[in-house]
Write a protein that binds this ligand. Structure first.
Ligand code: MLT
Length: 200
């Protein structure tokens, strides 16, 4: 898998970055640095090509996911993360997902399949990735950045995702903005503050 690893301090957590549709592994590097510059970064490029745009799993149409492909890519990424933690020497018990849009959806799918893949997850404009029984997510802190007027990830979907994660015992913060599907500065400031509080 095409990726970038930036080592800062192996005794600190590692951000795992997942870009949005049409992006690549460089897209979220500056955001991760803004949120917490002391953490290591592993940033992955989605391997699905949709008319020249990188994605983390196939979709049948806008907002309609190819679930077989989603599940296959989810397990493949879990294996990649485990192997990368050995190759680069970061602690796989302290991995923080940071995903936007399609990247937030694959990070969400990892949470829906594994109880221990992330210690924390920052999901910016996610949808419900799949409807299935969730593992026990006790001890996992999740930030959902949602948009009241997000045309791609509608508010009802953010509310449903929040409820599903809460019912799996995750510690969830649902943060609302009014900037459509865009990542805004106030959203990033909220993420930074959230991470500070959760790391205290
Ligand atoms: C997805 O396909 O994952 C979502 O619809 C968001 C996106 O356009 O990436």
């Amino acid at each position: 898998m095409k990726h970038i690893f930036r080592k800062e301090n192996l005794s600190k957590p590692t951000f795992l970055l997942f870009h949005g549709t049409g992006g690549d592994e460089k897209d979220l590097l500056a955001l991760a640095h803004f949120i917490q510059p002391e953490y290591n970064v592993l940033s992955v490029r989605g391997e699905v090509n949709e008319n020249g745009m990188n994605r983390f799993f196939r979709r049948i149409s806008e907002g309609v996911f190819d679930e077989v492909d989603l599940v296959y890519r989810t397990h493949q990424l879990k294996e990649f993360i485990d192997q990368a933690s050995i190759d680069y020497g970061f602690d796989k018990n302290h991995v923080i997902a940071l995903g936007y849009s399609n990247g937030a959806n694959i990070a969400g799918s990892l949470l829906f399949h594994y109880s221990n893949v992330f210690e924390k997850a920052i999901l910016l404009h996610p949808m419900v990735p799949i409807r299935k029984e969730l593992p026990d997510l006790s001890g996992v802190s999740i930030f959902i950045g949602a948009g009241k007027n997000d045309p791609i990830c509608p508010p009802e979907e953010s509310i449903e995702l929040n409820e599903l994660l809460l019912s799996a015992h995750a510690d969830v913060t649902l943060h609302w903005e009014n900037n459509g599907h865009r990542i805004s500065e106030s959203e990033l400031n909220a993420v930074k503050q959230w991470l500070k509080n959760k790391s205290a």
